[in-house]
Each structure stands twice: as structure tokens, then as C-alpha cells.
Design a protein around this ligand. Structure first.
Ligand code: AMP
Length: 302
């Protein structure tokens, strides 16, 4: 079934202990779309300026990402600069220039309104709701958010959470949203706010998935070197939603597979700057690492 994503499409400047990349393709929706495109077609909703590199749009299109929902405006694209510390779990935002993103008002092309799977990336909750209002009867809606909106748009976010069956956020956001430090307690509280299930992304510690009846945990793939963690969470979401949309399998086993596929995409993403690793990634490599996850976590009863 078709998969729609709305979110940021940006030009990122990245500084990590391994080096620097200037004005490279970024934005949560870019990571999401490319990761999801390994499983099936994607409908992208976003806004870019007329300075956005043509070859990156061509890359999206070549991967089956529909760009009819991308609004190209006169002006500059969103630019974000992030610097990672020696401990790459810590990151500072050095600059955020919203540019055309400032007045983003997502409008869905008619062909997108029948989307079966929808992912609301971390834009303002009112804009996430506006997108949801335009989709007729989605089978699954997932969403992300961020500290800024938890802090400044809580009423709108609370209203949105009542309409979102699957929330995918990181541990820090889960703490902030719930007021609980412990992830199990945080998840319980968030499930009481509306979502039927929640995937908590914990960076190098992997992912926890909670529903009212189940808990599932997957480690992060053990990598000797993390080059650039940017977008790992978005690639996770893209891999997981991409798998779900393509398989249509929302059973507990299907959701577990999606979480592992998401973890596989996240692990490849951090192996190079920005989206670079995903430029050469193949479905065979994805499936090979998926099987490595099975052996990584399998054990038996003595
Ligand atoms: P993540 O590493 O998951 O936090 O995602 C990083 C991506 O989010 C980068 O590619 C940025 O361009 C994008 N980004 C940074 N700040 C924002 C923001 N306030 N709203 C939307 N996207 C953002």
C-alpha cells in the first residue's frame, strides 16, 4: 500500500569527530523517504527553496519517491548545522535557518489522499494534523515529534496524539513527554495519551516497542565506528514504515520484522556522512544484515 511522509527536507552542515560536510542533503523526510524506498514507493510532502540541488531531486525520483507533494518556493531551503561531541550521543545545533520551511503549509495532491500508510515527521503538531485531515482512510498512521514541540505546543500535540496509533520518538523525547525517567513507565504514560503503540529509539542502545500487552526490544547493530548519527532515527522510521506498507502485515510478528528492518536501515545510515551510505546500499545488503540481527539476538532454553 502507498506510504506518505511529511517532514523536513533540508541542506545540512555536519561536524563530527570524523570530519565535516557542508550543505549536504538532509532533513528528516529525506532520511525517511530514502530508507523506505528500499521496500516500495513513497509519496513525499515537504517544502524546498529554488536553490535545492536538482541532482538530489533526481535521486529521489530514481528511487520511486513521488515528488508531486514537494512545494518548490522562491527562496532558500531549510538549513541546519549540527556538531557532535567526542561522545556522539551529544549534539549541539549550531544554526537553524528555517527559510521556506517557516511558512510550510502542507497541501496534499489528490493522488496522495488515498494513502494507506502515513508518517507525520517532526513538524508542528498543527501541521501534522492538517496533513492527517487531508488523508481519507489510512490503515496506519505513525508520527514523530521533538522536544521543541513538546515544550511549546503541548495542547496541539496532545490533540494529535489522540489520532496517532503509532508514535516513534527517542528516549529523551519520551522522558519529556511523560515526565518519567524510566522508559517502561514513560511508555505506559504515553500509551495512556492515545497511541496504541510506541517505538522508543535509544540510539546505540537500540529500540523498545510497547503496546498495552506487549514489549519487544532490539539492540542497535554493533558497529566498530559510527561516522555520523544524523538521521538514524528517521531512517529507522522509514525502514520500519516502508516494510509495513509494503508487506501490509500489521500482526505482532510483522511489527517485529519492521522494527528489525528499521534498525538495519539506521545502522547503515550512521556508517557515512548524511545520506551517503544509502546511496550505494542494496536490498541484498539489507537482507544480509537483517539475518545477522537474527543471530545477534537468538538464544535458546538450556
Ligand atoms: P535527527 O538526527 O533524527 O534529529 O534528524 C536530523 C535531521 O533533522 C537533519 O537532517 C535536519 O535537517 C533536520 N532538522 C533539524 N532540526 C529540525 C527542525 N526543527 N524541524 C525539522 N527538521 C529538523
Amino acid at each position: 500500500m502507498s506510504l506518505l511522509i511529511v517532514g523536513s527536507v533540508a541542506l545540512d552542515t555536519l561536524e563530527t569527530p570524523h570530519g565535516r560536510a557542508t550543505e549536504v542533503l538532509g532533513g528528516a523526510a529525506s532520511y525517511f523517504s530514502i530508507a523506505a524506498s528500499f521496500f516500495g514507493p513513497v509519496q513525499l510532502v515537504g517544502v524546498i527553496g529554488n536553490d535545492f540541488p536538482r541532482q538530489e531531486l533526481d535521486w529521489f525520483a530514481s528511487r520511486g519517491i513521488d515528488l508531486a507533494g514537494v512545494d518548490v518556493r522562491p527562496g532558500k531551503s531549510l538549513r541546519w548545522t549540527g556538531r557532535y561531541h567526542e561522545d556522539m550521543n551529544v549534539r549541539d545545533t549550531l544554526s537553524f535557518e528555517a527559510n521556506v520551511f517557516e511558512t510550510f503549509a502542507p497541501e496534499l495532491p489528490e493522488a496522495y489522499r488515498g494513502a494507506g500508510f502515513v508518517f507525520l515527521g517532526n513538524i508542528a503538531p498543527t501541521l501534522q494534523a492538517r496533513v492527517l485531515d487531508q488523508v481519507r482512510a489510512p490503515r496506519l498512521v505513525g508520527a514523530d515529534t521533538m522536544n521543541f514541540y513538546i515544550d511549546t505546543a503541548r495542547t496541539d500535540l496532545d490533540a494529535l496524539l489522540r489520532r496517532v496509533p503509532l508514535l516513534m520518538i527517542n528516549d529523551e523525547e519520551a522522558r519529556m513527554l511523560s515526565g518519567e525517567r524510566n522508559m517502561v513507565r514513560a511508555a505506559r504514560r504515553i500509551l495512556a495519551m492515545g497511541p496504541e503503540s510506541i517505538m522508543i529509539k535509544r540510539g546505540e542502545y537500540g529500540v523498545l516497542h510497547f503496546s498495552s500487552k506487549t514489549v519487544f526490544a532490539v539492540p542497535a547493530y554493533p558497529l566498530e565506528e559510527v561516522f555520523d548519527p544524523t538521521g538514524a532515527g528517521d531512517a529507522f522510521a522509514g525502514g520500519a514504515m516502508g516494510y509495513l506498507a509494503n508487506s501490509g502485515d500489521l500482526s505482532p510478528a510483522g511489527i517485529r520484522r519492521a522494527i528489525v528492518y528499521g534498525s538495519v536501515l539506521a545502522s547503515f545510515t550512521v556508517e557515512a556522512f548524511g545520506l551517503d551510505r544509502l546511496r550505494t546500499l542494496t536490498r541484498e545488503e539489507i537482507d544480509r544484515r537483517y539475518r545477522q540481527f537474527i543471530s545477534l539476538t537468538a538464544f535458546d532454553v538450556p
